[in-house]
Design a protein around this ligand. Structure first.
Ligand code: RB5
Length: 143
């Protein structure tokens, strides 16, 4: 599994913390985000990160912008991406368990320790494979 992380200027500080955490925990990580607080356009970073995620079914993406909203909207335009904008630990877990999300978007304004909890839940929860969720995910794919 590779974890692809992407951020805009509003996600830069939190991105640095998450990169440190993920590297310390020996995850295979790719950082396609910006490396300063200079303003950049998040849709282009969402695109780049999602294209990397789609290279392998095992890959996961983490996108960070000011709110997580713009990144999630941009990511969900890309076929094959199921991006969840996550604000609680439960949402991080359910986005995998029910929605089989392959990308999580978060706000760069949340506390580092909370973001780490979201990341842990997202990485360590698997899709339930229950028929009702498979069916609904397929319906989403066909919209
Ligand atoms: C950038 O100004 C800001 O719009 C972005 O970080 C994010 O909050 C978008 O949803």
């Amino acid at each position: 599994m590779r974890i692809i992380i992407g951020n805009d200027h509003n996600g830069y500080e939190l991105k640095k913390e998450l990169v440190r955490y993920l590297k310390n925990n020996r995850y295979y990580l790719e950082d396609v985000g910006c490396d300063s607080i200079d303003s950049v356009d998040y849709p282009l970073i969402a695109k780049k990160a999602c294209e990397e995620v789609l290279r392998d079914d095992d890959n996961l993406g983490i996108l960070i912008c000011g709110t997580g909203i713009g990144m999630s909207i941009a990511a969900n335009k890309i076929k094959g991406i199921r991006c969840a904008k996550v604000s609680t630990e439960e949402e991080a877990a359910l986005s995998k368990l029910h929605n089989n999300a392959n990308v999580m978007a978060i706000s760069g304004r949340i506390d580092k320790s909370l973001a780490i909890k979201f990341v842990d839940k997202f990485i360590n929860t698997s899709f339930s494979n229950e028929e009702r969720h498979v069916r609904r995910n397929n319906q989403i794919d066909n919209l």
